[in-house]
Design a protein around this ligand. Structure first.
Ligand code: C2E
Ligand code: CA
Ligand code: CA
Ligand code: CA
Length: 278
């Protein structure tokens, strides 16, 4: 009767409420974080291991909650990709990069600043507008910027990705293929994209001195990079043995905890000033 219908209706409402809270709860929290400017960047130095010079840094997003807690990308990136909020977060990270480093980078044109993009960024031209908008009248020059695309995810449209990469390069920026060796793209993929730089995944760096197969992969990346005149960056470098191996192979650029972890803006800016006196 009437009472049964009302109970059913109430039940349906409660169920919908519960489901929406479950699905939208974290998404709403991210939206609020975006609105409140809680998505900031840390900066991990990249070092020239042939001479110890600072080459620049990679911006790595962090979620700084109202209570000061710092959340790493593993805690929100996958969800933000699914919800599409990663595009707003990426714009926030680029704006932060500009604000945080403009003063230090202005007089040091040799320093680079890398940002991470997702495969979806290479499926439309929106990212070109974002980059132009954030950096057009900035004291950081376009040729100080590097955009990283991971080899882990497959690009939905290679032809389009090529054009987006070419546009970024026309603006003066460089494009890097991240996590090389972890994807299924293979060599032909790499050649098709026309990137300027490859980043050797930590997995292979970890294997130095322990796994001949992985070090053989590093050796072949070194040869490939030199033949295609691409820059190579080794990531996740943690030991002196790894530094020496990479140096002996002619790898110039490296980042990892042996040099520095990702640093808050002020700490990285101070490091850059100390390492690159004007
Ligand atoms: P990634 O681009 O491969 O970044 C390198 C990750 O390795 C960073 O983790 C960094 O903190 C960590 N790392 C660096 N050196 C070492 C080391 O010597 N040892 C170890 N164990 N780890 C090291 P993080 O900051 O947690 O970022 C994780 C991933 O999240 C990044 O991997 C990147 O794929 C993604 N990510 C970070 N920031 C952004 C962003 O702004 N946008 C997008 N789309 N993705 C981002
Ligand atoms: Ca990266
Ligand atoms: Ca990487
Ligand atoms: Ca990696």
């Amino acid at each position: 009767g009437n009472a049964g219908g009302a109970v059913m209706a109430l039940f349906a409402v409660l169920l919908a409420w519960g489901v929406s809270r479950r699905i939208e709860g974290p998404e709403r929290e991210i939206a609020e974080g975006i609105r409140k400017g809680q998505f900031i960047a840390y900066y991990q130095p990249v070092i020239d291991i042939s001479n110890g010079n600072l080459l620049g840094c990679e911006a790595l997003v962090r979620w700084r909650k109202a209570d000061g807690t710092i959340i790493s990308p593993a805690g929100f990136i996958a969800l933000a990709e699914k919800s599409g909020q990663i595009y707003d977060i990426t714009r926030s990270v680029m704006k932060r990069g500009r604000e945080d480093l403009e003063r230090v980078y202005e007089g040091r044109p040799e320093l680079k600043l890398s940002f991470n993009l997702i495969a979806g960024h290479f499926a439309s031209f929106d990212v070109i507008n974002d980059v132009s908008t954030v950096f057009a009248d900035s004291r950081i020059r376009m040729n100080q910027l590097v955009f990283e695309v991971t080899e882990r995810e497959e690009l939905p449209n290679i032809a389009r990705a090529r054009v987006v990469i070419a546009r970024l390069q026309e603006l003066g920026a460089q494009v890097a293929l991240d996590d090389v060796g972890t994807g299924h793209g293979g060599l032909s993929y790499l050649l098709k994209l026309g990137v300027d730089q490859m980043k050797i995944d930590k997995m292979f760096v970890d294997a130095i001195g322990t796994d001949r197969y992985s070090t053989a992969i590093i050796d072949s990346l070194v040869r490939l990079a030199s033949e295609m005149s691409m820059d190579l960056v080794a990531e996740g470098v943690e030991t002196q043995e790894q530094v020496e191996y990479l140096r002996a192979k002619g790898v110039r650029a490296a980042q990892g905890y042996i040099f520095a972890p990702p640093l808050p803006a002020k700490a990285y800016a101070a490091l850059a000033e100390a390492m690159c006196p004007l």
